[in-house]
Design a binder for this molecule. Structure first.
Ligand code: ADP
Length: 730
């Protein structure tokens, strides 16, 4: 019962209230995370004072401690068209840019060198000095390389600093005080440059010269196909330990994301074996795997060139949103609405085809990555699919059993994909969307673990219940077994008794028959010589023997008749004293010539009236008295006693108590309970004492019909007393 209740609770459709509660909870968590993380993880210019006279950030003047992180987003100098070869050829001349066109006061933004900020001033242009940087060259993308310049003056106790730039659209070659120190950004096409990327975090060490100055040149070569080129996130200048911390955080986050994904995919695989609808697991697992691949590419955990990264991220993004859409649909695969609405039957195929088409388009013509149209198309695609998902879950499947998980997934999808489409600036290399992913996946795992434990508990409870039921049933069966065993034993005993009786009955019948025949033959053979006296004696014997036979037969008949119907009884008020007196006289006459002493003890002032069938009741006393006579020897003492008990009580509580006692052979104690069974004769009754074992059965039956009680007191070789207790009437 208890189990049934719990089961119903799980299968219960979630209410609108719980659904809303979950949606609000998820939305709040996501908003909070994005707000808090947006504040602590935003890369914006540190606002250090820039010395315009020598074009330098003086760390000593700015009080920058060894382990601080300073974000240098302003005051860069940018010179277009400077490639690595130019730089090498010009013998590492830092002032190379002064010979060509360059922009000063550049601020680094997410749009790369497409937009170097409003303060950028164009210098030293040989041709069109008045033009702004933007109109100067970039509209036509006539070049795809450039150099960023910056100078630092370090405090005396700081000999090196590190530079980290999370997003560079292109290969960045870093020169410090005229020497090449390493590469950041994307891998080049030949992949012959090693990039300093450690678990998604890229940084390089910059040594200062003997005057504690660092002259930094970053030459970036971008792919012409990329929409934004150059440095697209604010560089950080920091001490060694800040660098080490950032790498540790970046690696830990990678471990968390990958291990939670592995855990959910493998754990889900084990649990999914019990699923009725395994499809939702496949889409869930595939989405997780695709997400992790996207995460690895997008967060620079995998080193690749900018164009490959762009195309891979685009394809994975489209694949992910298609899989997410399929996952949501798979949750409601059994819903009735799917049969009614045509759109729900084919939407997954349409979405998959559109996704494949978009990816194929970009793979076939990589130059499309550059196109803003494609960017817009992919965003529209994602927003539309998310919108349909939300509509499906909120309106179409709102009454389904899986509506809660569907709603939570839809909310997660909205936040996840929105933040995947936004390039976020990062101090710590943790993307907000990956935090959303971790929250969602942890929630799903918790729900599954909770459900799993719940089911486990139910199984255990039902196992206990089952064990209890089995125990009860076994007990019941063993009781039945004992009953069967006893019945069988009784049957065998009855059968035994019946056989005995049959032989006794036949013997008892045969003896008088033989005697009758003997007398008849005798009379026939000597009919002429026989005296009248002899004839009378023989005839009397024949009559006595016939009566004996009659008695045996009538015993059997009477018993079975009494058993089969209760109508044989004719109840009336009758006096036990009178009945006993009459019977006593009869038996007394029989015993007159023997040594057996036969006495009767009756109250003089009480007739001992009971409701009874006088004939039947006489039969009871006759049987008991004849047994007393049969099972005693010659020097027997047989006594009949009757009295009223409880005379002081109300009449309905008064009883008439009759005892028939003798000092005969007694009955073995273990046989007393069997003595009333039909045909049962005690072992000590002996073959010489003839009987059928029916007398006491008749007694018991008559006593029961009179609603009276009978009991036996007996001791082997000392004698037996039968007690009969009947309800008295006035
Ligand atoms: P039976 O025809 O054998 O006397 P009953 O049904 O009258 O059959 O008695 C059943 C058995 O009970 C007897 O065979 C005998 O062993 C025992 N029994 C009955 N009355 C007495 C008694 N007064 N003393 C000893 N045994 C008795």
């Amino acid at each position: 019962m208890e189990m049934k209740k719990r089961k119903n609770r799980i299968l219960l459709k979630p209410t609108t209230r719980t659904n809303l509660l979950f949606v609000v909870l998820f939305t709040t968590i996501f908003l909070l995370v994005s707000y808090v993380f947006g504040i602590i993880n935003a890369r914006s210019d540190s606002g250090l004072k820039f010395n315009t006279e020598n074009g330098c950030y003086d760390f000593e003047e700015n009080n920058v401690a060894a382990n601080d992180s300073s974000f240098i987003g302003e005051n860069w100098i940018f010179a277009p068209n400077i490639s690595v070869t130019d730089f090498i050829e010009s013998d590492h001349n830092y002032y190379l840019y002064s010979n060509g066109p360059y922009a000063s006061g550049v601020s680094i933004s997410g749009s790369g060198w497409d937009n170097l900020g409003s303060n950028a001033e164009w210098h030293n242009s040989h041709t069109e000095r008045s033009k702004t940087l933007r109109s100067y060259e970039f509209q036509n993308h006539s070049y795809n390389s450039g150099a960023y310049f910056m100078k630092f003056h370090l405090p005396t106790d700081l000999s090196t600093i590190n530079i980290s730039i999370p997003f560079i659209s292109g290969e960045a070659y870093i020169y410090c005080n005229g020497s090449f120190v390493g590469s950041l950004g994307e891998a080049d096409y030949d992949a012959n440059i090693s990039f300093d990327v450690s678990c998604g975090y890229s940084s390089l060490s910059l040594p200062s010269d003997e005057n504690n100055n660092v002259e930094l040149v970053i030459i970036v070569i971008s792919d012409t196909l990329m929409p934004y080129q150059g440095i697209t996130s604010i560089p950080a200048i920091e001490g060694n330990s800040a660098d080490a911390d950032a790498i540790a955080i970046s690696s830990s986050w990678l471990v968390i994301v990958v291990s939670l994904t592995v855990f959910s995919v493998l754990g889900g695989w084990i649990i999914s074996k019990t699923f009725h609808n395994i499809r939702k697991y496949y889409f869930f697992a595939a989405s997780n795997i695709v997400f992790v691949l996207y995460f690895l590419c997008d967060n620079n955990y995998l080193v690749m060139n900018a164009l490959t990264r762009s195309v891979t991220c685009f394809s994975l993004f489209i694949l992910l949103i298609v899989l997410f859409y399929d996952f949501i649909s798979a949750l409601f695969i059994d819903a009735e609405q799917n049969k009614v609405m045509l759109f729900l039957r084919c939407d997954n195929k349409i979405v998959a085809c559109m996704g494949i088409a978009l990816v194929a388009l970009v793979l076939l013509d990589i130059s499309l990555v550059d196109s803003n149209y494609l960017n817009i198309v992919s965003k529209i695609f994602a927003i539309t699919l998310l919108g349909i998902c939300v509509i499906k879950v909120f309106f179409i499947y709102s009454d389904s059993r899986h509506s809660t998980i569907g709603l939570c997934s839809a909310v997660t999808g909205v936040f996840l994909f929105s933040y995947m489409m936004i390039e976020d600036s990062r101090i710590i290399n943790i993307s907000i969307y990956s935090i959303f992913y971790i929250i969602a996946i942890s929630a799903i795992e918790l729900v599954f673990v909770y459900n799993y434990l719940q089911q486990f508990r139910e199984v255990r409870e039902s196992e206990n219940h089952l064990q209890y039921v089995v125990k009860k049933k076994t007990q019941h069966i063993s009781e039945i077994n004992v009953d069967l065993y006893n019945t069988n034993k009784k049957l065998i005993q009855n059968e035994e008794a019946r056989k005995n009786v049959m032989s006794n009955v036949s013997h008892d019948l045969r003896t008088p028959i033989a005697a009758i025949r003997g007398y008849a033959e005798l009379m026939l053979g000597a009919k002429d010589t026989m005296s009248d006296e002899q004839k009378t004696m023989y005839l009397q014997n024949i009559i006595r023997r016939s009566q004996q036979m009659e008695r045996i037969v009538s015993d059997i008949v009477e018993l079975s008749r009494m058993e089969s119907s209760g109508n044989e009884f004719n109840f009336m008020d009758c006096s036990v004293s009178e009945l006993l007196d009459e019977i006593y006289s009869l038996f007394y006459a029989d015993l007159r010539n023997t040594d057996k002493k036969f006495t009767i003890n009756l109250p003089e002032d009480d007739l001992l009236i009971v409701k009874a069938d006088p004939k039947k009741l006489s039969r009871v006393f006759e049987n008991l008295i004849s047994n007393a006579i049969n099972y005693t020897n010659d020097s027997a003492k047989i006594e009949i006693k009757a009295w009223r008990t409880g005379q002081e009580l109300a009449i309905e509580d008064q009883r008439v108590h009759v005892t028939v006692s003798d000092n005969g052979i007694g009955i073995p104690a273990e046989e007393i309970p069997l003595i009333f069974d039909r045909f049962y004769r005690a072992k000590n009754s002996g073959k010489n004492i003839k009987g059928t074992g029916l007398g006491l059965s008749i007694v018991k039956l008559i006593v029961d019909k009179h609603d009276a009680e009978i009991s036996i007191e007996s001791k082997l070789d000392y004698g037996t007393t039968f007690h009969i207790i009947m309800k008295a009437i006035p």
